[in-house]
Design a protein. Sequence first.
Length: 438
Amino acid sequence: MPRLSPRAAIVALTAAALAVTGFVAPAAATAAEPTEPFISEYVEGSSNNKAIEIYNPTGSAIDLAAGQYNIQQFSNGSSSAGITINLTGTVAPGDVYVVAHSSAAPAVTAIADQTSGAGLFNGDDALTLRKNTTVIDSFGQVGVDPGSAWSANGVTTLNSTLVRAADVCVGDTVVDDPFDPSVEWTGFPQDTFSGLGSHTADCGDVEPPEPTVVINEFSASTTGVDVEYLELLATGTSDLSDYAVVQIEGEAGATSAPIGTIDSVTTFPAPDADGRSLVSLPANELENGTMSLLLVTGFSGAEGNDLDTDDDGVLDVTPWTAIVDAVAVNDGGSATDITYGGVTLTVGYDGLAFAPGGASRIPDGVDTDTTADWMRNDFELAGIEGFPGTLIDGEAVNTPGAVNATEIVVDPGDGDADCETAVVTIGSVQGSGAASPV
């Protein structure tokens, strides 16, 4: 029999009562509004790719620290919690909070609001979400070891990502009742992270968070022939058709165009599953000197338009609906160079004695409207295939279309490390003599 949500159940019972009595009753009361968050996604991936997503179905922000919210883990059928993670931060109405293992893949940690180095769950470990000591949701069956996993109808808690059904609006507060993951959860293959960081739920009139789109990385000037690109990071929207990055000239005495002129306009394709939209640009599309990059909506101008007609640093013409984000570079070539709005990355903004040729938000999407959001990219193109780069502390890897990073992850090649393999000592191979027989 298909499961009914609380709201659907009320409607069904009301209809049955009308059929029996023949009376026309007033409209049924709606189900009570949810008052607490619940677990909305479970990621049990390879290695340390573990994450729990918590959704706020209420109409108010929830302060997790003030409410003493925590996650407890019950391993291998234990009735006692082996791990307790106290939650911090605030969850907006209709938004989510992600807790992940600190050594998870960058695609997971980039989304995480909180990380833990504890040995997080496998497919046979139960979880509870509590407010102080009161359970408000549970996953699995506390006190029961299911073997390797709870499984039913093709949905399993082992090597899977599970997403809560949209009509679930209240958590399971009975921690030791039988657990069938197929009742309230949809299963996805191992290491599926595309839905992590947002949740769709039909829980009444809860306004989802406003979409956010930022310039996440840019590259304008590099060693050799410039490798140029612009990357946006979008949250809460898959439609970037109304967005454009407008490049505005800021170099005093520029021969190609006067200060305040639109040098280029870049539009973007729909973002990928992680919210990234990348546009690779031809060399010299972006200025190697002082420039401003404005992410705008509703652009109605054209390349070559002079937006600062009197060159006083104030835009006299604004052919757009809104400026959504902005970042600028001032190379210090002239005291009369101008940038237009947003954060300006100057010579020495990060202690290095030259202007950045490109930069990345570290971590992905961070936006405090300060230069601290931005780390310059390696000028020698570390991260770009065919270039070894000269990455140093304080520089970011060039990561067009990928998670922003400060280190290059080296692929160990085929085959996984087997931590259960017996230790082989050097002596057992070489023998006990002074000279190696190999």
